[in-house]
Write a protein that binds this ligand. Structure first.
Ligand code: AGP
Length: 604
């Protein structure tokens, strides 16, 4: 989950490493560090906590060098302390690592028995020692690196610096992403294209098991069998460079406001507004007898909304499962099914493993991803893009609505392909779908109406979210958003489930947020709301003008524009996100980098 970067450059390296790490902070921010070759010797600067702490260390103790490696950490082995901050150094070698070395404990014991001293509790430090030991036995750097790789198991992306090798950085990947960047007289490696966005747009994606040695002009790439290989160079999109927050206070705020565009751009990939038709390039849903959606967190809630739509519109049996359970459950999926991973990053370890599990069993795979150059995008048989642009805030917002938009479009395509609707009905549904960006924009403009309920929620210890139909996954998403950025305990429930337990939690101290568009289920949701009010519960109702006229006395209303049920998940997602955002700001929480979290979860 960490971010890594390596530069063999001609310009001062410290600032460039920091700029690249800033683009990787979404992967973790427990500590940060850099190592560079200063007059042939490795020097390190490290700091616990966020990147700005490393900035301060570098300001006090500059590094004058042009070749170096850097790291931003999401702690797995060892607390987020200075001693555990990467790069780790042993003898002539400095290493940064993303992933987990699973056999580090026996390796460490053996190295200690040989008289080697360890400074940290990390799994990573063994890699530095292993390479240094191989160098000491007379191997050249590539031979020593390869010999060390042969001894470790687990998931990793590594970047390595060797003392005395003035224009060499080595890298390797197994299970974690690593790319190579081509500059003019300089070369780079990094976790992803975004990390290298300020350095180059010419990128080669390493394959699993590859290792690489870069110097000023070349990248020598070897596959897992040590055969020299070439990996094609791609010119990556300018979007990789778009990671500024402009005039917004937080990336999350910006990304909430980006949503009309994110949804519009995503729909453009599927919908032809002239003919009123939808395409699903690469997949014929008529030829599929079951859809298995696999995802984690927010993406899984988008998948749950997708299930309602695929089953209702297209009559396509659809399951949704969180990837961490799916991958170890021995699911009884048969050929004829389509497994669809839904992921913003396209790198989430459990989702990727579940996708690979399906692929290995001959099941057709698709990846609905926002990072189009990600591992899932490249490994799935078909890629369904979302076009939300880079999402930096840890709390997913625009990626979620873009996923819901794409899934809605695909469900309409599936309905047509499976003969459940004709061209006229398809065009009608497309017309409704294309209203979503405008209605999302209208809802965002009404954000001030949320302020009235923010104080109430911010003071609460527990909050319940209730919804029915597609509003049930939104209730789950609302609770997740509030938990992750405001640290308030929150739970989402299907409103009909209330009487089966959760109603015991209802008291006057617990705000209950009821998501209730005027649709076929409105009356039932309103009944559940009355049950809560009868027990002294404080209800905040998110609804449209028609729904508001049916609200009992004492209910606080958050008003959204009226919309067709097809796009209600897109419109009602906005107040859900804004409530979490405004509560977090009110509480003074670190909105973009909440504690213990990372944007991209590349460990299981
Ligand atoms: C959402 O706010 C979370 N940060 C998290 O649940 C996220 O959606 C999940 O980790 C999946 O990530 P992915 O979409 O990149 O696979």
């Amino acid at each position: 989950m960490c971010g890594i970067i390596g530069i063999v450059g001609v310009e001062p390296v410290a600032g460039r490493l920091i700029d690249s790490l800033r683009r990787l902070e979404y992967r973790g921010y427990d500590s940060a560090g850099v190592a560079a070759l200063v007059d042939g010797r490795i020097e390190r600067r490290r700091a616990a906590g966020k990147l700005r702490n490393l900035d301060a260390v570098l300001a006090a103790e500059p590094l004058v060098a042009t070749v170096g490696i850097g790291h931003t950490r999401w702690a797995t082995h060892g607390a987020p302390t200075l001693a555990n901050a990467h790069p780790h150094k042993a003898g002539r070698v400095a290493v940064v690592h993303n992933g987990i070395i699973e056999n580090f404990a026996p390796l460490k014991a053996a190295l200690i028995a040989q008289g080697r001293h360890f400074e940290s509790q990390t799994d990573t430090e063994v890699v530095a020692h292993l390479i240094d030991r191989e160098l000491a036995s007379g191997k050249d750097p590539i031979g020593a690196f390869k010999a060390a790789l042969d001894q470790i198991t687990g998931a990793y992306a590594l970047a390595v610096l060797v003392e005395g090798e003035d224009s060499l950085v080595m890298g390797a990947r197994r299970g974690s992403p690593l790319v190579v960047g081509y500059g003019a007289g300089e070369m780079f490696i990094g976790t992803d294209a975004l990390a290298l966005g300020l350095l180059t747009n010419r990128i080669a994606f390493l394959e699993d098991g590859d290792f690489v040695a870069i110097d000023h002009d070349t990248a020598r790439i070897f596959d897992a069998d040590s055969h020299a290989v070439e990996r094609p160079m791609h010119i990556v999109s300018a979007a990789s460079a778009l990671v500024e927050k402009g005039n917004y206070r937080h990336f999350m705020e910006k990304e909430i406001h980006d949503q009309p565009d994110a949804v519009q751009h995503t729909l453009s990939a599927y919908v032809d507004p002239i003919t009123g038709s939808v395409a699903s390039p690469g997949v014929d849903f008529a030829a599929i007898d079951r859809l298995q959606i696999i995802a984690c967190g927010t993406a899984s809630y988008a998948g749950m909304i997708g299930r309602y739509l695929f089953e209702r519109l297209a009559g396509l049996p659809t399951d949704v499962e969180i990837a961490s359970e799916f991958r170890y459950r021995e699911p009884a999926l048969l050929p004829g099914a389509l497994a669809m991973a839904v992921s913003q990053s396209g790198e989430t370890a459990d989702t990727l493993a579940a996708l690979r599990w399906c692929k290995a069993r001959g099941i057709a795979t698709a990846a609905l991803v926002n990072s189009h150059e990600s591992t899932m995008a490249r490994e799935a048989d078909v890629m369904f893009p979302t076009h939300a642009g880079p999402e930096i805030g840890v709390a997913s917002t625009k990626a979620f609505t873009a996923q819901v938009a794409a899934l809605t479009a695909l469900a309409i395509a599936a309905a047509r392909q499976r003969g459940r609707i004709d061209a006229v009905e398809e065009a009608r549904l497309v017309g409704i779908l294309l209203e979503a960006p405008r209605l999302i924009a209208d809802t965002i403009r009404g954000e001030d109406t949320i302020s009235a309920v923010v104080h109430d929620i911010a003071r609460a210890r527990d909050v319940l979210y209730l919804g029915r139909g597609t509003m049930y996954p939104l209730a789950l998403e609302g609770a997740l958003k509030l938990k992750e950025i405001s640290y308030i305990h929150a739970e989402g429930y299907a409103a009909g489930e209330l009487k089966h337990g959760p109603i015991a939690l209802v008291d006057e101290a617990t705000p209950i947020i009821v998501i209730a568009p005027t649709d076929a289920l409105f009356d039932k949701t309103a009944s559940n709301m009355s049950e809560v009010i009868a027990r002294g519960g404080r209800v905040i109702m998110i609804t449209d003008a028609e729904g508001a006229t049916h609200a009992p006395d004492g209910v606080s209303i958050v008003l959204v524009p009226a919309c067709d049920p097809l796009i209600a998940p897109l419109v009602f997602a906005i107040p859900i996100q804004l409530i979490a955002y405004q509560v977090a700001v009110f509480k003074g929480a670190d909105v973009d980098q909440p504690r213990n979290l990372a944007k991209s979860v590349t460990v299981e």
